[in-house]
Design a binder for this molecule. Structure first.
Ligand SMILES: Cc1ncc(COP(=O)(O)O)c(C=O)c1O
Length: 408
């Protein structure tokens, strides 16, 4: 059945607001997606009825809060098809999850070991590895990107050597929308005994992910991009991989036993969750995972694909516009970046906001190496969620054409 977008939209209170006095065309979902009532209500219910610290108290509220927090972990595990909730460590988001992985894996790496990244990566999957390089002397190798914004697998044999210990790649690009073909990555990693980490920040919003089918070792993502609160995300890891990682932060909640002589750490995932965790945010993330799971996945995919096609063909009619990424629909998501000759992305985004009510993102998208690859300072980016409509795309295309006429 086709997606009932108008009904879906009523679940999102913010979509009927008029920021700046204009109808909102929210196309900045890759930066942060909006929250449905189900998530807002779950957070409110928790804060008004169950608020307490977790895992420490024996009173009724503490028990309810702990059950809600662990229930959220189970919901996230289910969303990822993890073998067990113990494989899910809550973090503040993708950035924190990748830093945690870099710290934990770094304890086992030595000078000359190689970590393979790609030119497509967000800074949060570049900088933590550079920081690790400074500490340990590892080397970073980089897979190039094709003209249409995909990881260039023809370089695999040259870049992935016997010294490779980890391949860490984005699952879906936050700039080009390209979906990474994970199977050959896992195959190449296994051939040299390396692990695979995926940055799933832009993949999880588009429906449940099956980490077991993907065959990877670590998976990082953020809640705020999948209709949940911000300040929460997770690092999923295979049990044995998490077990070999030392904690990054020390404190309450992550220990088995403490003396002044030494501390024994708790098992994963608690080992990685020092201090009071973001409890309400985790509850919201669990609710978001369940909300996405309840959607008709095929209908959502068909709707987003159709709107992506409409966006690509509409933008192609604007003179001087170049899409940075795949121009076809195969192997891509509804994240579309483009450069308009003679118009700076910030000016374009401002124009679209002020005159057309279209919320876009302009800049380097925390992917400066990718911008350098394409010889650009930045792009404008429109990104879809299931609640987007034909009217949003019409406003985008009309606005971009208008900006080009007036600003170029
Ligand atoms: C592909 C990708 N990775 C990582 C991140 C960082 O996510 P967060 O800022 O939620 O930690 C983003 C956010 O834009 C992203 O798109």
């Amino acid at each position: 059945m086709a997606l009932d977008v108008q009904r879906l939209r009523t679940e999102f209170p913010i979509l009927s607001t008029q920021p700046g006095g204009r109808t909102l065309h929210y196309l900045d979902n890759a930066a942060t997606a909006q929250m449905p009532r189900a998530v807002i209500d779950a957070v409110t219910r928790h804060e008004t009825g169950d608020r307490a610290n977790v895992a420490r108290g024996v009173h009724a509220l503490a028990e309810r809060a702990t059950a809600a927090f662990e229930g959220a972990r189970a919901a996230v595990a289910d969303y990822l098809n993890a073998s067990s909730p113990e494989e899910v460590a809550f973090t503040s988001g993708t950035t924190a999850a990748i830093n945690l992985a870099a710290h934990g894996l770094g304890a086992h790496l030595k000078p000359g070991d190689e970590v393979v990244l790609s030119e497509l990566e967000h800074h949060s999957n570049i900088v933590p590895w550079q920081m690790l390089r400074e500490r340990t002397g590892i080397e970073i190798k980089v897979l190039p990107v094709t003209e249409d914004g995909r990881i260039d697998f023809t370089f695999f044999d040259r870049i992935v050597t016997k010294r490779c210990r980890l391949i860490a790649l984005t699952h879906v690009s936050n700039v080009t929308g390209a979906v990474t073909d994970v199977a050959p990555v896992v195959e190449a990693a296994r051939a040299v005994g390396a692990l695979v980490l995926l940055d799933g920040a832009q993949a999880v919003p588009h429906g449940p992910v099956d980490v077991r089918a993907l065959g990877v070792d670590l998976y990082a993502f953020s809640g705020h991009k999948m209709y949940g609160p911000n300040g929460i995300g997770a690092l999923w890891g295979k049990r044995d991989v998490l077990a070999m990682m030392p904690p990054m932060l020390g404190g309450g909640g992550m220990i088995r036993h403490v003396t002044f002589a030494r501390t024994a750490y708790a098992d994963p995932p608690k080992r990685f969750e020092a201090g009071t965790p973001p409890i309400a945010q985790a509850v919201g993330l669990g609710a978001a995972a369940q909300w996405v799971q309840a959607l008709d996945r095929e209908a959502v995919a068909a709707h987003e694909l159709r709107l992506t096609g409409k966006m690509l063909s509409g933008l192609a009619t604007v003179p001087g516009l170049r899409v940075i990424g795949p121009t076809g629909l195969q192997g891509r998501r509804g994240v579309v970046s483009f450069a308009v000759e003679g118009v700076h992305p910030h000016d374009l985004c401002q124009w679209l906001n002020d005159r057309f009510g279209v919320a876009l993102r302009g800049g380097h998208h925390c992917a400066e190496p990718l911008m350098q690859r394409f010889g650009l300072d930045g792009t404008s980016r429109a990104s879809l969620a299931p609640y987007n409509t034909d009217a949003d795309i019409d406003a985008l295309v009309e606005g971009v054409a208008d900006a080009r006429r007036n600003l170029a």
